[in-house]
Design a protein around this ligand. Structure first.
Ligand code: ATP
Length: 437
């Protein structure tokens, strides 16, 4: 802290921040000034302000009681409030949808490694000391007279300039192994490097079974955040280098084939997104599918359980293996295939599985087959919206007893529509009558 006092006062400009956010911060400072509370902008947003990267997260921390202050702000500005007592934090949602987190400056103690810490109020310097890396351990004061003052007690700016990720103390990864994944995330995102001692500590922590102790949701969160980065392929290589895949499953291997598939995902995604704007793809899940695409079903199932994936995510990931390969084989064979055959082949696939299928073909570098596949996928997506005019009610009107045959008949009718065998309502009626003999 004495180091802090010797620092030359440095002001960080918030002028690039959108008006609305800046205005809100000013108002809130006034409120804090009235109560004689010191309030700071902290963490990633300060780092990104200094890096001149856009990030308008309003992460505030208050020396005093952050939750009491958050209530005051919520009352004054009619914001919605959610309080997380355990971590002495609150989230505000303003009427225009803007969100703000307000915390109490605190110190953390880890009763057991890898479990969530207990927290106690503390000074801003101690609050910064509990953070993951020096580049994330800076604050900007918001009180008037001090507005924009940078607090950097642990050399965050020095490390930003040196493009370095550095932990604040030796026990950091032990306390919280999620920092292992966070380190890789920031390293890859910014093209920084891990400082030598930090890399040693990380490798040491990764070689133990600490990560095993993380709960499923916490591990899932880190993995999916990593795969949500702009270019996850590099982070995946890093995970492999550091032998971290064993924490998803000890038999998960990053083979050359898997590597080729993972590397082909961006190209497959780019094509997909440019063609099918209505399709919303869960990108991190595509990467997880690519990563486990050569693993056995048993390995994938255990991995899904370890990561505590949601039912929807689990459904997608578990259908990413053999089935995709089988469909790919059929879809890249020359010769005539009816639209309805492709439709039936793919109808149970999630869009993520289709992107994976495409990535697998991209990785094979066979241009002609890739074009064929793209044409067939385009036709399939178009056919997905094809509907029959007739419904079960019409079959009932024909005197047909409701039962499983409804599905069969309407299925055949849809196939006929897709293949252009029937094109009008009259033809549909004729088709059904003929089918019923
Ligand atoms: P991003 O740009 O990915 O959101 P961020 O740095 O804002 O990065 P958050 O996860 O939003 O990341 O966390 C906000 C801040 O909280 C971090 O900058 C860091 O100071 C602190 N923090 C978050 N997670 C940890 C952790 N596991 N250990 C220590 N400090 C953490």
């Amino acid at each position: 802290m004495s180091e802090m006092k010797n620092q030359v006062k440095q002001i960080v400009s918030l002028s690039k921040m959108p008006m609305r956010q800046r205005h809100l911060l000013k108002q809130i400072c006034r409120l804090a000034d009235e109560r004689d509370l010191a309030v700071y902008l902290v963490g990633g947003v300060v780092r990104d302000l200094l890096l001149k990267r856009e990030n308008w997260d309003l992460d505030l921390t208050v020396e005093g009681d952050g939750v009491v202050f958050a209530r005051l702000v919520a009352d004054r500005y009619r914001a919605g409030l959610a309080v997380f007592e355990r971590f002495a934090t609150a989230r505000l949602t303003f009427p225009d949808g803007l969100k703000m987190d307000i915390a109490t400056t605190r110190r953390e103690s880890y009763a057991q490694p890898a479990l969530l810490p207990t927290v106690q109020p503390a000074s801003i310097e101690e609050d910064l000391y509990r953070r993951d890396f020096t580049i994330n351990a800076m604050a900007v004061q918001l009180n008037s007279g001090q507005f924009g003052r940078l607090l950097d007690p642990y050399g965050g700016q020095r490390d930003l300039l040196a493009r370095t990720i550095r932990v604040l103390h030796e026990g950091s990864f032990q306390d919280d192994p999620t920092r292992i994944f966070r380190a890789i995330r920031f390293e890859q995102r910014f093209g920084f490097h891990l400082e030598r001692a930090t890399l040693g500590l990380l490798a040491q922590a990764a070689s133990t079974n600490l990560i095993q102790r993380l709960s499923g949701p916490r591990l899932q969160n880190e993995i999916l955040l990593l795969f949500a980065e702009r270019d996850p392929a590099r982070a995946i290589v890093r995970l492999a280098q550091l032998k971290l895949f064993r924490f998803l499953h000890r038999r998960l291997r990053y083979t050359n084939k898997v590597k080729r598939t993972v590397t082909a995902v961006p190209k497959a995604l780019a094509w997909w997104v440019s063609r099918f704007q209505d399709s919303v793809i869960d990108r991190p899940i595509v990467y997880l599918m690519a990563l486990s695409s050569e693993a056995s079903q048993a390995v994938v199932t255990t991995m899904i359980r370890r990561l505590a994936l949601s039912r929807e995510q689990a459904r997608k990931v578990s259908a990413g293996g053999r089935l995709v390969d089988r469909a790919l084989k059929r879809l890249t064979k020359e010769g005539t295939v009816r639209g309805s055959q492709i439709f039936r082949l793919l109808e149970d696939f999630s869009d993520e599985a289709l992107v994976l299928l495409l990535a697998k073909q991209v990785s094979k570098q066979q241009g002609v087959r890739l074009s064929l596949l793209r044409r067939r996928l385009t036709a399939y997506i178009k056919n997905r919206t094809t509907k029959t005019v007739l419904t079960g009610r019409d079959l009932q009107a024909l005197g047909l007893q409701p039962g499983p045959q409804y599905k069969t008949i309407l299925g055949k009718l849809l196939d006929a529509r897709i293949d252009g065998v029937v094109t009008t309502e009259a033809e549909e009626w004729a088709f059904v009558r003929k089918w019923l003999g």
